[in-house]
Write a protein that binds this ligand. Sequence first.
Ligand code: C2E
Ligand code: MG
Ligand code: MG
Length: 601
Amino acid sequence: MGTENRRAVVTQEMDFSHLEEHILMRLDKALNDHEIKVYYQPVVRTLSEKLCGMEALARWEDPEYGLLPPDRFIHVLEKHKLIHLLDLYSIREVCKRYSRCRQQGILPVPVSVNLSRLDFEAVDVLQEVERIVGEYEVPKEVIRFEITESVLTEHADEMQKWIRELQEAGYEVWMDDFGSGYSSLNVLKDYAFNELKIDMRFLSDFSARSREIIASIVDMAKRIGIHTLAEGVESREQKDFLLSIGCEKIQGYYYGPPLPYEQCLLELKDKGIDRESPAEQQYYDEIGKVNVLSANPFDFHEEAKESEFLRSSDLALALLEFDADVQGFRAIYTNDACKKALKLLGYSEPQEVVNAIKARSFPAAGRFIKALDRTRTQGSEIFNYVDGGDYCSVKLKLISSSGSRSAILYSLTDISRNTDMERDRKLDGSLRHLYAIYNEVYLLHIDKGYLEVLTTDNQEAGERQHGSIKDIVTRYAAEKVYDEDRPHYLKFFDTDTMEKKIRESQKGFINAYIRTIDGHGNYSWKIYLAFIVKPEHVLVMVRDEDTAKGNVWNHYRKDYFMEEEKEGYSEDISPEILWQNALRWTEWVFSGRIGNDVSWE
Ligand code: C2E
Ligand code: MG
Ligand code: MG
């Protein structure tokens, strides 16, 4: 080492020891005179891009050294067991700020404050916190505590106790810098944190490997019910990635560095970032629990099952936000598999489907909206339809509600294209198609005078899943059927003659056109069809007169009809031909499958 260099090192060391001395000498004054300031860095909700929190970070504006970042003084304060003075000061400053805002009628977002493990050794943290929070009348939910992962492995028992006490008193405790230590997984196992802040070093190189690790962390955190936040987000690309894997919150220079409070708010305003309300916070916290990386995202409330540890992004998933007031919706999240599935169906982006449904140009648009509305009130729904010759099955589950808004998890299975489902499709393919076309399907057990609802669009009908044919038909005739059509309806459902009539019909089925009343008091034409699936078992299918979509017939013909009888049928296949075909298939399906499932005694 040359003389120059050696001199530089010596000067630096002197500088450090001088700074250390300076810090120790000046700490009290710096705290009293507010030379130490709390800066605020925004935390933004990934899904809504709204401000959902802030982190309080200390800055020392020193008259001699200028602006000192935490890495210059935190370790000195820790070394001399003085860090609790800074941390309690920060908590006090945050509470003061909160109470000032509230006096001005502003409801600020929650703020997280960093704690050191040495704080717990120096003072009774909970007691001190309660004192300050009480003094400023700050609700406990708006102060969160961050504890860095690396300090959690030593004296774990004590640390667990302290953290639990804070949580039991009503405060959230977050793990800071997750992944920075050597035993992150053990820490996760031993502590019940409310939220995990993923260390920024995973994002810094943003390699495929790092992305994989971040995705695994988010996946794992959701399995054990911990919220996720990624630190150090600096680019749009990183933000998009975090959105795609379901990481709930983002903090980093992309949304802004730590700044004095007023300045931080001004910057957010410039960027057009609004503040999240407490109601929105609850709403999005619930949504955040959905694990879009799971093979079974619909079961997120249940204990993780072994089989679920298989990561799968094959399932086409989206989060829809349904607004009951306007009976409309938008997609707030779609995963890659969903985008791909929609592309195969001919839509270049999710919004196109939403628009098509709005414009009622999407197959079964009305039923889709109804299904969303039912999910809102009933919690879940399975809904099938045919689109451009593809048979699609949609699963819906209510995740969260706020006012008229509901977040609904949506999965799409394009059964026609899913070759793995080939076997299933062969098994009950015809029934699935019939369910897609018909609004209601009943199975009549003629011998027992018993009616069973197999599928229905009609909420009220759903209430009477099983029952005496006579009772149901008589009641329905009186309440719903148009006066003039009532005799015809009752004759159609006359079980003494029904089977005979079907057998004697040339087509193998009987039909009836009946007007029934809907929930709005309007009558509309319904087509009723009945055919025998096995002795004493009649299937009755009901559909609106106008739901016969061309592509439904085409699809049906292509898959179940043309294969066997390729010649001699024109393009415009009639419902009658369809029915003869359905009859063959259904007889087979029922004898093998459904027939054994049906039991009610
Ligand atoms: P931390 O709690 O993990 O805080 C995040 C640090 O990352 C902050 O550094 C912040 O300025 C920085 N950062 C945020 N976004 C980005 C980004 O997009 N890119 C990059 N490269 N950096 C980003 P800061 O303020 O220097 O704080 C450093 C550490 O000092 C904090 O890490 C925290 O552990 C500690 N600290 C800060 N204030 C306090 C305090 O009042 N008490 C205690 N005990 N520790 C504190
Ligand atoms: Mg922190
Ligand atoms: Mg951190």
